[in-house]
Design a protein around this ligand. Structure first.
Ligand SMILES: [Zn+2]
Length: 70
């Protein structure tokens, strides 16, 4: 348990990098987010979605649609 669960690339975010925000409803969670959260990368930007939103967005994510249309 010496090292944190690295995900390969450090995104160099400023102060708030220790929390994640749902890209849809805006709910916040500590880093790392629960396994029920979904992470997707759109236009090179990592976005997280909470369990409820992820479920609704699953089709959109699989359809490779941008989340901007919501
Ligand atoms: Zn949400």
């Amino acid at each position: 348990m010496a090292s944190p669960p690295g995900d390969g690339d450090r995104d160099g975010s400023p102060a708030e990098s220790r929390s994640v925000v749902c890209g849809r409803c805006g709910i916040r969670s500590a880093e790392p987010p629960p396994l029920t959260w979904t992470c997707s990368v759109e236009h090179g930007v990592r976005r997280h979605f909470c369990e409820a939103c992820a479920r609704e967005n699953l089709r959109a994510i699989e359809g490779r649609l941008d989340s901007d249309w919501w």
